[in-house]
Design a protein around this ligand. Structure first.
Ligand code: SF4
Length: 228
């Protein structure tokens, strides 16, 4: 049922100051923290290399789908050298079900070759070095930096984060890099990785695309797009 303190009217949101928006984000964070205190990356991995490969595989796919493929993949390919020397036709078959298997195979083998050539086969832990790797953009780099190296260098902007940040009125941008910039300005740095993982979980469980469950959403009173 609508209440006096439910969704901030869009009219008021348009006049929301930066300070008010930050305060609203603090309240949203507090609610999400209770709902998803341990929000973390859902991709199966046991090393930075595995997380890097899994994140490349997750493009245009789901974590659940990727997690069906990666245990066997990582049992076979254990090092950057293994991936660099993989037979592309074999690797394509092994990752086929994640979609876009040809371009993903190219990305993985070239990325692994670059790791060997530039980093002694190790995954680097800086944004600059990660985004220089073939097939690795800011989103993938943020996943590896935040979830493996525990470095808050940015906010992961996937489809869930993009959708919910827009619904919450935290950005009007469509470009993920600009959305990330807006979120970095609103969310305290120490929470960047957790915040994106929490929004991703919220997007899977509650704020589902095209059928959001606003009636059970813990942040509905702070959401200008709430239907309750
Ligand atoms: S579920 Fe509804 S209230 Fe919650 S964030 Fe999504 S649109 Fe807003």
């Amino acid at each position: 049922m609508p209440t006096k303190t439910s969704a901030p009217p869009r009219r008021r949101l348009a006049r929301e100051t930066e300070a008010e928006r930050r305060a609203r984000v603090r309240r949203i964070s507090a609610r999400l923290e209770k709902a998803y205190p341990d929000a973390a990356c859902a991709l199966y991995h046991q090393s930075a290399l595995e997380l890097l490969v899994a994140t490349i595989l997750s493009a245009q796919s789901t974590d659940a789908r990727v997690n069906m493929v990666t245990p066997a993949l990582f049992a076979k390919y254990r090092t950057a050298e293994d991936f660099a020397r993989a037979d592309p036709r074999v690797l394509e078959q092994e990752i086929h079900s994640t979609g876009f298997f040809r371009s993903k195979t190219r990305s993985i083998t070239r990325m692994a070759q670059a790791l060997l050539e530039r980093h002694g086969g190790q995954v680097p832990d800086t944004m600059d070095e990660l985004v220089q790797l073939p097939g690795v953009g800011r989103k993938t780099a943020n996943v590896v930096l935040g979830c493996w190296f525990k470095k808050n260098e940015g906010v992961v902007v996937d489809t869930h984060v993009q959708r919910i940040a827009t619904l919450l009125g935290l950005t009007t941008e469509r470009d993920p890099v600009k959305i990330e910039r807006d979120l970095m300005a609103l969310v305290p740095r120490e929470k960047w990785t957790w915040f994106s993982n929490a929004l991703i979980q919220h997007g899977r469980r509650v704020c589902i695309a095209r059928r959001p469950k606003c009636e059970i959403c813990v942040i509905n009173r702070y959401c200008p797009s709430s239907r309750v």
